[in-house]
Unconditional design. Sequence first.
Length: 443
Amino acid sequence: MAITSEHQQARPGAHAPTESLNTRDMRRILGSSFVGSAIEYYDFILYATAAAIVFNHVFFAGLGEGVALFASFGTLAAGYVARPLGGIVFGHFGDRVGRKKMLVLSMLIMGAGTTLIGLLPTTAQIGLAAPVILVLLRVLQGIAVGGEWGGAALMALEHAPQSKRGFATAFANAGGPAGAILATLVVSATSALTGDAFLEWGWRVPFLLSAALIAVGMVIRLKVAESPMFQRLEDEAETRRTKLPLLDVLRHHPRAVVLTLLAAMSFYACQAVLTMWGVSVAVGNGVDREGVLNWKAAGAVITLVVTFWAARMSDRHGRRRMLAIGGIAGIVLAYPLLMLLDSGTMWGFAVAIVVGNGLVQGLLYGPIGAYIAEQFPTRVRYTGASLAYQGASTLGAGFTPMIAAGLMLAGGMVAVAGFWVAVMAAGLVAVLLTSEGTRKVLD
């Protein structure tokens, strides 16, 4: 049976999109997408912050400063490698049994992994078992967040009216910088309060706080209705649904996966260079740790604002146009921002993080969720969008801090800038090669 209208009758419990986001159901859905993503990304970004300033001292002490930092970023990369696996697994069941169930499960897994990191003994206490367990828990985090984004983004997008899909999907995306703000401020406050004891036990407090946040998130998430597009698909004949979404995506939509993956790599590389590797560079150059973390949080606030603005503009002017503007800005500003980052001054770091993380990343981040999701049909949208987005996270963010650290040793800041420009240029070309999805009828 063909579905020809957004407002066609759905099964009981399904809520068809209206032309307004200001309804009780939509506010609950958007709030759930935002809060749930913020909590999961709090956990995920918390690890990234700790990898930059804590784990090289706690789990890799004695290896030498440069090697220890490289090893610490290696464990960070493990979580990003696991994200596509999480996207595939959660995408499969999300396309088969529903978006909501997978969102609840991903949050439970993330909370367990983060809390256990906070309880993990150090290498000095249990030897090599400590970094091994740390990697395993990071992989668990990666699998969980790999399933989170696709579900949260699609719940917002598939409930929203066509004219507001970009803005609605941005609530799931905005959970990322919101989680980063929370994680950074909690680490900064804990560092200030515990002082010299921060590396001894203070760093554990933000990880243990995750248990309380997960409990709050679960209460909100359990109240949300399933996606109406998925429920209408579920009502159709079984032959209209795919039994193996991954094979369907790889067979019928490989071009969409590759191009959207390259497009998403741009903002992930931007995030990794500035907020992961860049933090370690600034602190290593003698810039005050708490000040760096506070400015990182300020950059995330600006990212949050620009994300919503760019998403709204993408509803009016198109996803590709906004992504192209962000890509060009990233190419032009790459080298100047990196020189400011390496200046060894607080003001230099502040300008780099506000302009790069706040403006450039926000321009890319706002439209990207809807842009990716609109390239795939409903029956495989969770799998296809997650595979592209999480693959980009692995390539664009998981390995970027390690690559940047290696390039810095081999060729200095010019080499790092060249790498960043290359990633941005590849993303820009990919965006120009895809079709505009803003006006597509997805149902």
